[in-house]
Design a protein around this ligand. Structure first.
Ligand code: FUB
Length: 485
């Protein structure tokens, strides 16, 4: 497949643009595996918190860290990088970054996570001053647990200010939180796991509740959405007129199938209702390599939730994307062959090779951008081609990159040809077989100014040769002068 893409890219460079439809919008994040999505709105921005399934298989769920992503248009998402590792809880095991959720109270952000520790799993809580952290372990010990049932926290603050924490597999546990959000107000309770409350497990065997609870309130009704139906999991929901139940089974929202597990989150954003879950659609995806997807739905008049269909199509873009000003390369609606990397210094897109690309949807260039600057690194010679409307579409500018020196990123730029209006935007990387590109941030500008190029290896070698030659000439002249005296 990669060879065909590279051949088509080369043809489009030689013969000009042609349109071949590419990339569905599900899964929404192409640059890492993103299981267990938890959607939350802070200051008008929609964030999701996810785990990260490691490429290194350990035969189970090897989940190295938690990521945070944000959007304002539902299609272009910015990856804020790794926001925490299980190791940030000194008492927790590496690789145990299971499901999470973040909530704000009194200006602080409380990040509830599942980790494994001695004796079982546990719900931990960390605190930060922003939705993207940094977060710090609030307690130095579990908030709940250890207990092998204690996974998948979901938190809700009710209209009267009382906060509730739900979690659990295969039992639904709940407790009240104190206003400090890091201590329990009373004991941990659990529900009677009946078919009336949570539906009947297909084939018998009690209630269909499995795990992954998601608690919220809408128009006076409390909803508990959860993974159900056994393995593979589906998603069901129950309703109540109280945040602690008793719950009444409402129905199935998604039939079992898209993945072995399928972790739910529901939220209303800008007048639309969205159901978040994870499937296995990313290349190399699988039961423990999962990625977030979204379906839009409408509640029925009585508040019931319809059956949603798993689909690669994704959701509609809510507003166009403004490309002016500095943007992270980790902002995208699609892409291929790329990997989000969080180092000590920065989060960037790495592991990019010949033929790989990043896509942004519905980008509004208004009257047109005159220039483009990007912060890039390449291990060999290559280029970044900026294309419109299709992966094989019109090129509006090209930046020659690398080889970069001393492992450093360089600010590079180019002027652009006509690009006014709204377009899908593709950053396409072309280079040698072994060249690796890294991409940190970019900027379109209306004034035609672009960042100047940091000297690449050949330029540095030429500069060094000139300096050495000048030193030799000066020395020779001085020696001759001395002799002449
Ligand atoms: O991702 C690890 C576990 O798988 C989660 O905690 C569950 O909800 C299921 O998605």
């Amino acid at each position: 497949m990669k060879r065909i893409i590279i051949a088509l890219l080369t043809l489009s460079l030689i013969f000009g643009a042609f349109a071949i439809p590419v990339s569905a919008e599900n899964p929404i994040i192409p640059s890492s595996f993103t299981p267990d999505p938890a959607p939350v709105i802070f200051d008008g921005v929609l964030y999701i918190y996810t785990g990260e399934d490691s490429e290194e298989d350990n035969g189970f769920y090897n989940m190295t860290d938690w990521h945070c992503f944000s959007t304002t248009d539902m299609v272009n998402w910015t990856d804020h990088g790794v926001i925490m590792y299980p190791e940030d809880f000194e008492w927790a095991e590496p690789g145990s970054a299971w499901a999470s959720q973040c909530i704000e109270r009194n200006g602080k952000y409380y990040f509830y996570v599942t980790v494994t520790t001695e004796g079982g799993r546990a719900i931990a809580v960390a605190v930060g001053d922003s939705p993207t952290g940094p977060f710090k372990d609030a307690l130095g010990k579990p908030l709940c647990g250890p207990n092998w049932d204690y996974i998948d926290p979901t938190v809700m603050i009710d209209d009267d200010g009382q906060a509730y924490l739900y979690f659990g597999n295969p039992t639904s546990y709940y407790c009240k939180l104190n206003e400090d959000m890091i201590s329990l107000d009373g004991p941990i309770m659990h529900h009677d796991m009946t078919a009336e409350a949570f539906g009947a497990m297909p084939g018998g065997g009690g209630s269909s509740y499995v795990e992954g609870p998601w608690l919220y309130k809408r128009e006076g009704i409390y909803y508990l959405v959860y993974a159900s139906c056994g393995v593979p999991e589906g998603i069901s929901y129950s309703t109540s007129d109280s945040p602690t139940g008793p719950w009444k089974f409402g129905g199935v929202i998604m039939e079992p199938g898209p993945s072995t597990t399928i972790h739910p989150g529901i939220i209303e954003y800008k007048g639309h209702d969205y159901f978040f879950y994870h499937g296995v659609l990313l290349p190399n995806g699988g039961w423990n390599k999962r990625s977030t997807a979204i379906v839009e739905f409408d509640y029925n008049e009585d508040g019931s939730i319809p059956l949603c269909k798993h689909s690669p199509k994704g959701v509609e873009q809510l507003e166009s994307f403004d490309p002016f000003g500095v943007h992270e390369a980790e902002t995208m609606s699609g892409g291929e062959g790329i990997k989000s990397v969080t180092s000590k210094k920065r989060t960037y897109i790495g592991q990019i090779s010949n033929g790989d690309h990043i896509k942004l949807s519905g980008v509004d260039f208004e009257d047109g951008a005159k220039s483009f600057s990007a912060n890039l690194f390449a291990t060999g010679k290559g280029k970044l081609d900026i294309r419109l409307d299709s992966l094989y579409g019109k090129s509006i500018g090209t930046i020659e990159i690398g080889p970069s020196v001393f492992g450093g990123f360089s600010d590079l730029g180019t002027s652009l040809s006509e690009n006014s209006g709204v377009h899908d935007l593709y950053f396409v990387f072309l280079g040698g077989e072994d060249t690796e590109f890294r991409f940190d941030y970019w900027e379109f500008s209306k004034d035609g100014k672009f960042a100047s190029s940091f000297p690449t290896l050949p330029v540095i070698l030429i500069a060094a040769a000139v300096i050495v030659a000048a030193a030799v000439i000066i020395t020779v002249v001085l020696v001759r002068k001395k002799k002449a005296k």
